[in-house]
Every structure is written in C-alpha cells, then in structure tokens.
Design a binder for this molecule. Structure first.
Ligand SMILES: [Cu+2]
Length: 218
C-alpha cells in the first residue's frame, strides 16, 4: 500500500475510533424490573436531560394501532407529541374506542372517542386522530370491556419502550445528569425519578416497579 493511502486509512481508523468513543460517551441502558425483580416489557422510559437530542433519535410522528381479536395491537404505543394515530379495525364486528388520560389524572384533556365499523362492513375505514397532549392515554372499548391498551405521548425527545428483556436503550445523550422517568400501565402511583449520570463509559440503571404487572393475554 502506498504511503498516501496508508495515511488515509489511518485517518479513517482514527475517525472511526473517535466516533465510537463519542457514541459510547453518551449511552444509557435502563432495565425495568417488577417488584419481584423480573424484567418488565412495555414500560416507557423517558429521560430529562439538558442538551439537544442526536439526529435520528426522533420519536414516531405516526403510528397505527390495530383492533384485532379484541385486543389493541400494539398494547402500548409510544409517539411524539403531535403524532397522528391511525386506528384500524381488523375484527368482523364494530369497536367503539375510547381514550382518556391514564392513571390518576383528574383531567379529561386529550380524551377522544372513535367508532370503527366491522372490518368487512361497507365503507369501513381507519380512523385517525392527532395527539397533542403529552402523557399516557388509556385505550378501552365501549362495546368490549376486556379491551385495554395505552398510548404514551412522550414529553421528552428521549423516550423508549422496554422490550421483552425489560431494557430501554438510549444513545447520543449529552454527558451529565439525567433523570429517568418510568411509566408502566399497572404502576398506578407515579414512580419517583431515578438519577443517572452519563459520561465516558456506557451507564446502566435499573428501575424497579412497585407492582407485578398483570399477565397479558396472548
Ligand atoms: Cu370493541
């Protein structure tokens, strides 16, 4: 290899190392566990931090929620404020979806109702609505009492839903103090924020719910 090309390779390798170093400097992994220490899926973790979010960290501005076999799919939808939600009824019967602030919220701001004809009804079509109010919304159905789901409209540019391993991962965070705010549908009393400090090495935090979430129907 010619010296010039060697130098270029060296510069690229250095740039890659620097980029890796920068990314690692601001990684945070939050694990949400239940009262018995088991990982909790479908918790929403939001961070309060100072600084601008990294490019590509934006939350969805649109989401589709299916009504399928008497369930909301997904059960928990996480979107940015101002997102457009589309409800699609896949069942062969009507649904009458209702959304209202979840938990102990006293206000009904942000509530809405949508009538959805059976999937095979003539003229049946999806219903759309824009959510402008930050916070968790509980989804239910006037016609089917067992139907239950949630939409979380994020208040923070850093928000993520936990997977089956109970983990929410954040990259590109500014270094410094971070407040970790955790929500779960069955944790009715708000959890106090957990403090974390991001820095040179990836940081891990664990948040424990005070409840054992109800098992989900499959
Ligand atoms: Cu229904």
């Amino acid at each position: 290899m010619r010296p010039a090309r060697l130098a270029l390779h060296g510069a690229l390798a250095l740039a890659a190392l620097l980029a890796a170093g920068l990314a690692a400097a601001a990684d945070l992994e939050v694990t949400v566990v239940d009262r018995e220490g088991r990982p909790v899926q479908d918790a929403v973790v939001q961070l309060r931090a100072t600084g601008a979010p990294a490019a590509g960290a934006a939350l969805p501005l649109a989401a589709t929620i299916l009504q399928e076999r008497l369930q909301f799919v997904p059960q928990v939808t996480l979107v940015a404020r101002g997102a457009r939600l589309t409800f699609v009824n896949r069942d062969g019967f009507d649904h009458h979806v209702r959304a209202a602030p979840a938990g102990l919220a006293a206000s009904t701001a942000g509530s809405f109702e949508l009538r959805l004809d059976a999937a095979d009804a003539p003229g049946a079509r999806p219903a759309t609505i824009t959510v402008d109010q930050a916070g968790p919304l509980a989804l239910s159905c006037h016609l089917h009492g067992s139907m239950r789901g949630h939409v979380v409209v994020a208040d923070s540019p850093w928000a993520a839903k936990t997977g089956a391993d109970g983990k929410a991962r954040f990259e590109g965070l500014p270094n410094g103090a971070v407040q970790v705010l955790t929500w779960h549908a069955d944790q009715l009393l708000p959890l106090p924020p957990t403090a974390a400090t991001t820095g040179a090495a990836p940081v891990q935090a664990t948040v424990q719910l005070q409840v054992v979430p109800r098992r989900r129907r499959i």
